[in-house]
Design a protein around this ligand. Structure first.
Ligand SMILES: [Zn+2]
Ligand SMILES: [Zn+2]
Length: 273
Protein backbone atom coordinates (compact mmCIF):
# COMPACT_ATOMS: atom_id res chain seq x y z
CA UNK A 1 0.00 0.00 0.00
CA UNK A 2 1.43 3.41 -0.90
CA UNK A 3 1.44 6.27 1.54
CA UNK A 4 -1.36 8.12 -0.24
CA UNK A 5 -3.84 5.28 0.16
CA UNK A 6 -3.21 5.25 3.95
CA UNK A 7 -4.24 8.88 4.25
CA UNK A 8 -7.79 9.94 4.96
CA UNK A 9 -9.82 10.95 1.89
CA UNK A 10 -11.28 13.84 3.91
CA UNK A 11 -9.08 16.90 4.45
CA UNK A 12 -9.02 20.30 6.09
CA UNK A 13 -6.71 23.16 5.24
CA UNK A 14 -6.50 26.55 6.91
CA UNK A 15 -5.51 29.43 4.65
CA UNK A 16 -5.90 32.11 7.32
CA UNK A 17 -7.31 32.34 10.84
CA UNK A 18 -7.90 35.35 13.08
CA UNK A 19 -9.45 38.81 13.04
CA UNK A 20 -7.40 39.77 9.99
CA UNK A 21 -9.15 37.07 7.96
CA UNK A 22 -10.50 33.54 8.06
CA UNK A 23 -10.62 31.01 5.25
CA UNK A 24 -10.64 27.21 5.38
CA UNK A 25 -10.91 24.42 2.82
CA UNK A 26 -12.86 21.30 3.77
CA UNK A 27 -13.25 18.46 1.32
CA UNK A 28 -12.05 15.47 -0.60
CA UNK A 29 -9.10 15.23 -2.96
CA UNK A 30 -11.18 16.25 -5.96
CA UNK A 31 -13.89 18.56 -4.61
CA UNK A 32 -14.82 20.48 -1.52
CA UNK A 33 -16.01 23.72 0.03
CA UNK A 34 -14.55 26.89 1.46
CA UNK A 35 -15.64 27.94 4.93
CA UNK A 36 -15.47 31.75 5.09
CA UNK A 37 -13.58 33.91 2.63
CA UNK A 38 -12.29 36.68 4.88
CA UNK A 39 -9.10 37.33 2.91
CA UNK A 40 -8.82 38.85 -0.57
CA UNK A 41 -9.89 36.83 -3.59
CA UNK A 42 -6.34 37.18 -4.93
CA UNK A 43 -4.90 35.61 -1.79
CA UNK A 44 -7.45 32.81 -1.94
CA UNK A 45 -6.57 32.06 -5.58
CA UNK A 46 -2.87 31.96 -4.70
CA UNK A 47 -3.47 29.66 -1.75
CA UNK A 48 -5.70 27.34 -3.78
CA UNK A 49 -3.01 27.13 -6.46
CA UNK A 50 -0.29 26.48 -3.87
CA UNK A 51 -2.30 23.52 -2.65
CA UNK A 52 -3.18 22.24 -6.14
CA UNK A 53 -6.88 22.96 -5.67
CA UNK A 54 -8.42 24.31 -8.90
CA UNK A 55 -11.15 26.92 -8.29
CA UNK A 56 -13.54 24.64 -10.22
CA UNK A 57 -13.10 22.13 -7.38
CA UNK A 58 -14.86 24.51 -4.95
CA UNK A 59 -18.53 23.54 -4.97
CA UNK A 60 -19.76 25.88 -2.24
CA UNK A 61 -18.75 28.74 0.00
CA UNK A 62 -20.12 28.39 3.52
CA UNK A 63 -20.21 31.58 5.54
CA UNK A 64 -20.30 31.58 9.35
CA UNK A 65 -21.43 35.24 9.68
CA UNK A 66 -21.18 38.59 7.96
CA UNK A 67 -18.20 40.16 9.78
CA UNK A 68 -15.59 41.44 7.34
CA UNK A 69 -12.91 38.98 8.50
CA UNK A 70 -15.20 36.22 7.15
CA UNK A 71 -16.54 37.76 3.91
CA UNK A 72 -13.90 40.14 2.55
CA UNK A 73 -13.11 38.14 -0.62
CA UNK A 74 -16.68 37.05 -1.36
CA UNK A 75 -17.58 39.62 -4.01
CA UNK A 76 -14.46 39.23 -6.13
CA UNK A 77 -14.24 35.46 -5.76
CA UNK A 78 -17.83 34.92 -6.90
CA UNK A 79 -17.26 37.32 -9.80
CA UNK A 80 -14.60 34.91 -11.03
CA UNK A 81 -16.69 31.81 -10.51
CA UNK A 82 -20.38 31.47 -9.72
CA UNK A 83 -19.98 29.40 -6.57
CA UNK A 84 -23.13 29.00 -4.46
CA UNK A 85 -22.98 30.77 -1.09
CA UNK A 86 -24.48 28.92 1.87
CA UNK A 87 -25.36 30.86 5.02
CA UNK A 88 -28.15 31.58 7.48
CA UNK A 89 -30.84 33.86 6.01
CA UNK A 90 -29.90 36.72 8.38
CA UNK A 91 -26.28 36.41 7.30
CA UNK A 92 -27.29 36.47 3.62
CA UNK A 93 -29.25 39.64 4.36
CA UNK A 94 -26.11 41.07 5.98
CA UNK A 95 -24.06 40.16 2.91
CA UNK A 96 -26.63 41.80 0.61
CA UNK A 97 -26.38 45.01 2.65
CA UNK A 98 -22.67 44.86 3.51
CA UNK A 99 -20.37 47.62 2.28
CA UNK A 100 -17.89 45.27 0.64
CA UNK A 101 -20.35 42.51 -0.30
CA UNK A 102 -23.48 44.26 -1.55
CA UNK A 103 -22.65 43.52 -5.20
CA UNK A 104 -22.56 39.76 -4.64
CA UNK A 105 -25.10 38.12 -6.97
CA UNK A 106 -28.09 37.12 -4.78
CA UNK A 107 -28.83 34.29 -7.20
CA UNK A 108 -25.89 32.49 -5.59
CA UNK A 109 -27.48 32.64 -2.14
CA UNK A 110 -28.51 29.33 -0.56
CA UNK A 111 -30.25 29.58 2.80
CA UNK A 112 -29.21 27.07 5.43
CA UNK A 113 -31.63 26.06 8.17
CA UNK A 114 -29.88 25.54 11.49
CA UNK A 115 -29.65 21.87 12.49
CA UNK A 116 -31.03 20.69 9.12
CA UNK A 117 -28.36 18.58 7.39
CA UNK A 118 -27.71 19.16 3.69
CA UNK A 119 -25.23 17.66 1.29
CA UNK A 120 -22.52 19.17 -0.90
CA UNK A 121 -20.27 16.86 -2.95
CA UNK A 122 -21.16 13.87 -0.81
CA UNK A 123 -20.32 15.61 2.47
CA UNK A 124 -23.16 15.98 4.97
CA UNK A 125 -23.10 19.47 6.44
CA UNK A 126 -25.09 20.90 9.32
CA UNK A 127 -25.11 24.52 10.43
CA UNK A 128 -25.72 25.25 14.09
CA UNK A 129 -26.49 28.61 15.73
CA UNK A 130 -23.83 30.28 17.88
CA UNK A 131 -23.92 33.27 20.23
CA UNK A 132 -22.04 36.07 18.44
CA UNK A 133 -22.76 39.63 17.36
CA UNK A 134 -22.52 38.92 13.62
CA UNK A 135 -25.76 38.42 11.70
CA UNK A 136 -27.02 34.84 11.48
CA UNK A 137 -23.87 33.48 13.13
CA UNK A 138 -23.44 29.72 12.80
CA UNK A 139 -20.83 27.01 13.12
CA UNK A 140 -20.63 23.98 10.82
CA UNK A 141 -20.46 20.25 11.40
CA UNK A 142 -19.21 17.99 8.58
CA UNK A 143 -19.52 14.26 8.11
CA UNK A 144 -17.88 12.41 5.26
CA UNK A 145 -18.27 8.64 5.49
CA UNK A 146 -18.14 8.78 9.28
CA UNK A 147 -15.18 11.17 9.45
CA UNK A 148 -16.36 14.22 11.33
CA UNK A 149 -15.27 17.82 11.77
CA UNK A 150 -16.85 20.68 13.71
CA UNK A 151 -15.84 24.28 13.07
CA UNK A 152 -16.80 26.48 16.01
CA UNK A 153 -15.46 30.01 15.56
CA UNK A 154 -16.54 33.46 16.78
CA UNK A 155 -18.54 32.33 19.78
CA UNK A 156 -19.41 34.39 22.84
CA UNK A 157 -20.29 31.41 24.95
CA UNK A 158 -20.53 27.65 24.67
CA UNK A 159 -24.22 26.93 24.99
CA UNK A 160 -25.88 23.52 24.90
CA UNK A 161 -26.25 23.41 21.10
CA UNK A 162 -22.61 24.26 20.41
CA UNK A 163 -21.41 21.81 23.04
CA UNK A 164 -23.41 19.02 21.41
CA UNK A 165 -21.95 19.80 17.99
CA UNK A 166 -18.43 19.78 19.40
CA UNK A 167 -18.97 16.48 21.20
CA UNK A 168 -19.98 14.87 17.88
CA UNK A 169 -16.67 15.61 16.21
CA UNK A 170 -13.47 13.61 15.97
CA UNK A 171 -11.79 16.66 14.46
CA UNK A 172 -12.31 20.07 15.92
CA UNK A 173 -11.60 23.66 14.97
CA UNK A 174 -12.43 25.71 18.05
CA UNK A 175 -11.90 29.35 18.85
CA UNK A 176 -9.32 30.34 21.46
CA UNK A 177 -9.47 34.08 20.89
CA UNK A 178 -7.95 35.75 23.91
CA UNK A 179 -5.98 35.31 27.06
CA UNK A 180 -8.01 36.86 29.89
CA UNK A 181 -5.04 38.61 31.49
CA UNK A 182 -3.70 39.97 28.20
CA UNK A 183 -7.14 41.34 27.28
CA UNK A 184 -7.60 42.97 30.69
CA UNK A 185 -4.16 44.59 30.71
CA UNK A 186 -4.04 45.27 26.98
CA UNK A 187 -4.51 48.51 25.05
CA UNK A 188 -8.12 48.03 23.86
CA UNK A 189 -10.72 50.58 25.01
CA UNK A 190 -12.99 49.39 27.80
CA UNK A 191 -16.02 49.06 25.53
CA UNK A 192 -14.17 46.80 23.10
CA UNK A 193 -12.86 44.65 25.97
CA UNK A 194 -16.45 44.32 27.16
CA UNK A 195 -17.64 43.31 23.70
CA UNK A 196 -14.94 40.66 23.24
CA UNK A 197 -15.56 38.99 26.60
CA UNK A 198 -19.37 39.27 26.45
CA UNK A 199 -21.62 36.26 25.63
CA UNK A 200 -21.86 37.68 22.08
CA UNK A 201 -18.15 38.18 21.61
CA UNK A 202 -15.36 35.62 21.53
CA UNK A 203 -14.14 32.57 23.46
CA UNK A 204 -11.17 32.92 25.80
CA UNK A 205 -8.37 30.36 25.90
CA UNK A 206 -9.69 29.16 29.22
CA UNK A 207 -13.32 28.75 28.15
CA UNK A 208 -12.44 26.64 25.14
CA UNK A 209 -9.65 24.71 26.92
CA UNK A 210 -11.92 23.79 29.83
CA UNK A 211 -14.53 22.39 27.49
CA UNK A 212 -12.10 20.57 25.21
CA UNK A 213 -10.52 18.88 28.25
CA UNK A 214 -13.98 17.88 29.41
CA UNK A 215 -15.06 16.21 26.17
CA UNK A 216 -11.72 14.87 24.94
CA UNK A 217 -11.68 11.21 23.96
CA UNK A 218 -8.93 9.07 22.48
CA UNK A 219 -10.69 8.94 19.09
CA UNK A 220 -10.05 12.63 18.51
CA UNK A 221 -7.60 13.09 15.65
CA UNK A 222 -7.08 16.84 15.39
CA UNK A 223 -7.81 19.67 17.79
CA UNK A 224 -7.10 22.99 16.12
CA UNK A 225 -7.29 26.30 17.97
CA UNK A 226 -8.53 29.08 15.72
CA UNK A 227 -9.13 32.86 15.54
CA UNK A 228 -6.33 33.72 17.99
CA UNK A 229 -6.19 37.44 18.68
CA UNK A 230 -3.05 39.21 17.53
CA UNK A 231 -3.06 41.66 20.45
CA UNK A 232 -4.62 39.63 23.25
CA UNK A 233 -3.16 36.16 22.77
CA UNK A 234 -0.17 34.13 21.66
CA UNK A 235 -0.15 30.59 20.26
CA UNK A 236 2.03 29.57 23.23
CA UNK A 237 -0.47 30.92 25.78
CA UNK A 238 -3.40 29.21 24.04
CA UNK A 239 -1.61 25.86 23.94
CA UNK A 240 -0.34 26.19 27.51
CA UNK A 241 -3.85 26.89 28.75
CA UNK A 242 -5.17 23.78 27.00
CA UNK A 243 -2.42 21.54 28.41
CA UNK A 244 -3.08 22.95 31.90
CA UNK A 245 -6.72 21.95 31.62
CA UNK A 246 -5.77 18.47 30.38
CA UNK A 247 -3.49 18.13 33.39
CA UNK A 248 -6.13 19.41 35.78
CA UNK A 249 -8.67 16.90 34.50
CA UNK A 250 -6.04 14.14 34.35
CA UNK A 251 -6.67 13.61 30.66
CA UNK A 252 -4.36 11.13 28.98
CA UNK A 253 -3.71 12.27 25.45
CA UNK A 254 -3.70 9.60 22.80
CA UNK A 255 -0.55 9.46 20.66
CA UNK A 256 -2.69 9.82 17.53
CA UNK A 257 -4.24 13.13 18.58
CA UNK A 258 -2.65 16.24 17.08
CA UNK A 259 -3.21 19.55 18.80
CA UNK A 260 -2.08 22.82 17.29
CA UNK A 261 -3.04 26.48 16.84
CA UNK A 262 -3.95 27.66 13.35
CA UNK A 263 -1.53 30.32 12.15
CA UNK A 264 -2.96 33.73 11.36
CA UNK A 265 -1.41 34.15 7.93
CA UNK A 266 0.27 30.88 7.06
CA UNK A 267 -1.37 27.96 5.31
CA UNK A 268 -1.40 24.67 7.26
CA UNK A 269 -1.30 22.43 4.19
CA UNK A 270 -3.63 19.41 4.25
CA UNK A 271 -4.67 18.08 7.63
CA UNK A 272 -6.06 14.55 7.17
CA UNK A 273 -9.27 14.07 9.11
ZN1 LIG B 1 -14.04 36.72 13.18
ZN1 LIG C 1 -17.16 37.77 14.16
Amino acid sequence: MDLFSCLSPFVFCSFASGSSGNCYYVGKQDEGVLVDVGISAKQILNLLAENDIPLSQIKAILITHDHIDHVLGLENLTKLSSIPIYAHSDCLQGIAEGKSTKKVDPQLFREVEPLQPFEVCGITIEAFPVMHDGRGAVGYHFDYEGRTLTIATDIGMLDKVVKEQIRRADNLVIEANYDVEMLEKGPYPYILKQRISSPFGHLSNEESARFVAEIYHAGMKNIMLCHLSENNNTPERAMQCLYQQFQKKRVRLDANTSIFPLPRHKCTGFVYL
